[in-house]
Design a binder for this molecule. Structure first.
Ligand code: SF4
Length: 268
């Protein structure tokens, strides 16, 4: 169990080093649940990934491999080949997962295969990538050093993000918007049009695409949040947010540790 108060001075010292360069993903996690950020980035707690995280990783690995091939050869791989890439990645990634009672590896694998097929048939063909998973985008926003990464930048300068979710998005999630605004501000050649492709891994698998243009309010949010997040991360006290929509056995790999440290029950 964490002695939150006893650790405070050490944690604050470490946090100062950890926040020299921020990523939009870090800020999204921090704004969603501070203690999750603390476990992930400061304590580096080695909890096993959730099944949803492994499924997301396997689908993204297969699809990004397709777009790397397309970047070099200007054509997609055969859909069945991408499905096979997914199967291999899923076999590998599920080894480290502790499945919840209502999660079945074979059923989840079938849903993943169907989603990869849907994406390859409906979304992938018109995408002409100009860059894939650029890991080294760096810049300074509102005096804070930032590092970010996008999935795909197409030839028209549109940034495309591939995500997975358990439910179809009802709107554009604000912190996802924040992440893509950051990518737009750091990526050379970005047009300001961004697209979020969500693969919904439910019993009725579906693909939802949302396109929007970055506006002044989006820019203002990034300028405002990065400096505040940086200071808040350094303060040394972090709250669990059991009210977060991402706070569940299915979505948070740190739920066991969190229950030990704070009590209460994290629901499925
Ligand atoms: S279980 Fe919930 S409150 Fe605890 S770290 Fe995860 S998201 Fe935060």
């Amino acid at each position: 169990m964490i002695d939150i108060f006893a650790r405070r001075s050490k944690v604050a010292t470490r946090a100062i080093g950890m926040t020299d360069v921020l990523t939009p993903v870090q800020v999204r996690v921090f704004s969603d649940c501070e203690i999750r950020w603390f476990y992930q980035h400061l304590l580096a707690v080695p909890d096993p990934p959730t099944a949803s995280m492994a499924l997301d990783g396997a689908m993204r690995a297969a699809l990004i491999t397709n777009f790397r091939h397309k970047l070099a050869c200007r054509e997609d791989l055969q859909t069945q080949a991408v499905v096979e890439l997914f199967r291999r990645a899923w076999q590998k990634l599920q080894q480290g997962v502790t499945f919840c009672d209502d999660e079945h590896p074979d059923r989840m694998g079938c849903i993943g295969e169907e989603l990869v097929r849907i994406y390859m048939e409906r979304a992938a063909p018109p995408i002409q990538p100009a860059a894939i998973e650029q890991r080294t985008m760096r810049g300074v926003l509102a005096s804070v050093r930032i590092q970010a990464q996008f999935d795909i930048l197409d030839e028209d300068g549109m940034i495309i993000a591939i995500n997975t979710a358990r439910n179809a998005p009802r709107g554009i999630e604000p912190m996802h918007r924040f992440e893509l605004t950051t990518c737009y501000r750091l990526a050379a050649g970005a047009s300001g049009v961004v697209r979020s492709d969500t693969l919904v891994n439910s019993e009725s698998p579906q693909y939802v695409s949302q396109v929007w243009e970055i506006n002044e309010a989006d820019i203002q949010l990034t300028d405002a949040l990065y400096p505040v997040a940086k200071e808040a991360m350094r303060r040394g006290y972090y709250l669990p947010n059991r009210g977060s929509v991402h706070c569940s056995l299915h979505q948070c790999p740190h739920w066991r540790r969190c229950e030990q440290d704070f009590g209460g029950v994290v629901e499925a």
